[in-house]
Design a protein around this ligand. Structure first.
Ligand code: ZN
Length: 172
């Protein structure tokens, strides 16, 4: 098993250049590129919820549900404050705009408060992005950028996902 894994990296460049469909079609036996070579989503890293006020909206999650706001972080380039509420190996992420023209403020103006994005955790975001691009998936972010909590993140275009804003996320 271990040897098999070590033998795989040389195939990665082919995979990344869009040969995955062809290779998958050929893969009929063990030892070739199989389903397990497809990007592994580890778990739902977090669910992002757009709110007008973390203080006000957070009360439901803390006082009623008993969750804890671990920290509130300012992400200046996204013009948001982000509050993390851990739930086992996942989190709720309350997003509050710090500027009237920030993306979260615009989201709330257009659609109201509520679930804004779902984030999937991967081991290696660069490989995940290469794979998505090789498969022709439209990305909002062509390269990973810094997200809250020291994560590397990238968003998939919601037109690919029937309107769901999907974030791919790697944590160190
Ligand atoms: Zn997020």
């Amino acid at each position: 098993m271990r040897q098999e894994q070590e033998a795989r990296p040389p195939l990665a460049p082919l995979w990344n250049r869009g040969f995955c469909i062809t290779l998958k079609t050929w893969s009929s036996g063990p030892g070739f590129l199989l389903k397990e070579d497809i990007m592994k989503i580890k778990h739902i890293d977090h669910i992002g919820i757009a709110v007008k006020s973390i203080e006000q909206a957070g009360k439901f999650y803390t006082d009623i549900l008993g969750l804890k706001i671990e920290e509130v972080e300012n992400v200046a380039d996204q013009k948001v404050n982000v509050a993390f509420l851990p739930i086992t190996d996942s989190e709720l992420e309350l997003l509050e705009s710090t500027e009237p023209d920030g993306p979260v403020a615009k989201y709330i103006d257009a659609r109201g408060e509520g679930v804004q994005h779902v984030a999937f955790r991967v081991d290696n975001i660069e490989e995940a992005l290469d794979e998505l691009k090789a498969k022709g998936v439209r990305m909002i972010d062509q390269e990973p950028r810094s997200g809250a909590g020291g994560a590397k993140i990238a968003f998939i275009h919601p037109k690919e996902t029937n309107g769901v804003l999907v974030e791919i996320c790697e944590r160190g």
